[in-house]
Design a protein around this ligand. Sequence first.
Ligand code: AKB
Length: 317
Amino acid sequence: MKRILVTGAAGQIGSELIVALRQRYGGNNVIACGHRTMPDRKILDSGPFESFDVRDSSAVTDVVSKYEVDIIYHLAGILSATGEAKPQLAWDININGLSNVLETARQHGCAVFFPSSIASFGPSTPQVNTPQETIQRPQSIYGISKVSGELLCDYYYHRFGVDSRGLRFPGLISYETLPGGGTTDYAVEIFYAALRGKKYTSFLQKGTRLDMMYMPDAIRAAIAVMEADPGRLIIRNAFNITAMSFAPEDLCAEIQKFIPDFTMDYKVDPVRQAIADSWPNNMDDSAARMQWGWQPEYDLPAMTKDMIEKLSCKLGR
Ligand code: AKB
């Protein structure tokens, strides 16, 4: 059985990916790794946990040697809005952390999963049906770290044969763990407001369409791309994947089908609005569909229904 290490264990993706990987590969074969923020008890009680900073190269190597790791899901990173507040920190964690992981993978023969993002595109990228291969000149430090990360992963594949694979995630929506410091966070916050009987104030303006995905689809995609037949992969870093594309008012209208009294207004945050305006409206994910069978299960209505059901239980509503 493969041994898998996941950095960013307490994060939005990590906290759910670890549970799914442990169900599939066995609790003791999936090593959760965090730093500063501790993951919840579900993670701590179901398999090994190690605490280290991904910027510490010897700590990364020690853990990979200790557990004889085969695959590293490197999820630790700073998101777009926090990145604009702390650009040097974002570069340090996102790039030096990835570089340490790739170098360790080269030395120990590990495969690497890297989460890229719609943020790897910029204002000169075609925004509608954004192609897999296109102009990538992002203006946020997060986006710059993502496009650099894609290239670094490709470099380690071509130069050293490291089996690196990645996905360009859209905004991710989940009921388990809140996102931290992203531009698409509104699409999660809005559900908490609606279920608590409050009005929501959107920090993105009306008409801001972005690609989005429900977390169960994102988790399936991350596992599927790492299990894909390498012979079918023409691209590696990183596949466009999407499930739905909407603007704040579309999500509000969908929630109102379940909670008719819910209301939303707007107070635009210029930093996050500028970031969102530079991202695609909807990506073309045909390469992922053709090369490893990507197929989302949740569209906007299905995601909204499930979010409301699951979050209602969680919040005791
Ligand atoms: C963010 O908003 O920063 C992230 C992303 C789209 O990568 N959710």
